[in-house]
Design a protein around this ligand. Structure first.
Ligand SMILES: CSCCC(=O)C(=O)COP(=O)(O)O
Ligand code: ZN
Length: 215
C-alpha cells in the first residue's frame, strides 16, 4: 500500500514535536533513544528515527519508512534505528499501538536494575497510574523487565514474550524503556507517566528513612 506524501509529512512532523519535547528533558543522552509512528497495517509500515543520529537536533533526514522486517520501503541513504525490530514487534503484538517511543533515562535504568530480579517493577496507589489509562481505585501495575541483549532479534523476541495490551510499556535491564499508545499523544502520556512513577519510587527509596518532625 503506497503512502501519500501527506501521510509521511504528518508523521514526520508529529515525531519532530515529540522528539523536541523529550530532548528538552535530556531524554536522548549520547544519541540513545528512538521513536516511531505506525502508518499502515497489512502491510505494516511505520516511520522510525534514523540510527545513530543526535535526537536533540532536527534535520531534513531524521526519519525513514520501514516494514515489519525493519527494511526501508523506499530508496534512502539512512539506516533505520538499530532497534527497529522492537518497534515492529510492538505493532504486531499490540494492534492498538500506533506510536512507540524508546528512551534511556537514569530513572528507567535504575528501576530496571533494582527490580530485574523480580522481572517486573510494581507500584500501587499512585495517581499517575491513571496516566496509563488505568483508573480503578488504588490500582497496581507491574511493568515487565527483560534482560538486555546486543543481539536485537533476541531482545525483540524477549520483549514479544512479555508485552500485553494491559501495560503499555516494557523495561530493558540497564538500557531503557519502550512505551506505546493508540496515538503519539497517548504514547507520550504513557511514557511520561512511567518516568514519573520511576522517579517517585527512586526518591521514595532515598527519603523513606529520613526522620520527619513529630506533628
Ligand atoms: C548509544 S545508544 C545505543 C543504541 C540504543 O540503545 C538506542 O536506543 C539508539 O539506537 P538508534 O540506532 O535508534 O540510534
Ligand atoms: Zn536503546
Amino acid at each position: 500500500m503506497s503512502l501519500t506524501i501527506e501521510q509521511r509529512l504528518d508523521a514526520f512532523k508529529r515525531l519532530d514535536e515529540v522528539k523536541l519535547t523529550f530532548a528538552k528533558r535530556d531524554w536522548f543522552p549520547g544519541t540513545s533513544g528512538n521513536l516511531s509512528i505506525k502508518l499502515t497495517d497489512q502491510p505494516l509500515q511505520f516511520a522510525v528515527t534514523a540510527s545513530g543520529k543526535d535526537k536533540t537536533k532536527l534535520t531534513p533526514e531524521d526519519y525513514l519508512i520501514v516494514n515489519e522486517d525493519a527494511a526501508p520501503v523506499e530508496p534512502t541513504s539512512l539506516k533505520p534505528s538499530a532497534e527497529t525490530l522492537i518497534h515492529a514487534v510492538v505493532y504486531k503484538k499490540i494492534p492498538q499501538a500506533k506510536a512507540c517511543f524508546h528512551v534511556h533515562t537514569l530513572g528507567n535504568n535504575l528501576i530496571s536494575e533494582l527490580y530485574f530480579g523480580q522481572r517486573a517493577f510494581s507500584i500501587q496507589g499512585q495517581e499517575l497510574i491513571k496516566g496509563l489509562g488505568i483508573w480503578e481505585e488504588n490500582a497496581s501495575i507491574a511493568v515487565p523487565i527483560v534482560e538486555n541483549f546486543a543481539d536485537i532479534p533476541k531482545l525483540a523476541a524477549a520483549i514479544e514474550k512479555v508485552i500485553t495490551p494491559d501495560i503499555p510499556g516494557v523495561l530493558i535491564r540497564n538500557h531503557g524503556i519502550y512505551a506505546w499508545g493508540a496515538s503519539d499523544f497517548e504514547a507520550k502520556r504513557h511514557l511520561e507517566a512511567f518516568e514519573f512513577l520511576f522517579e517517585y519510587h527512586l526518591r521514595w527509596l532515598q527519603l523513606r528513612h529520613v526522620s520527619l518532625p513529630a506533628t
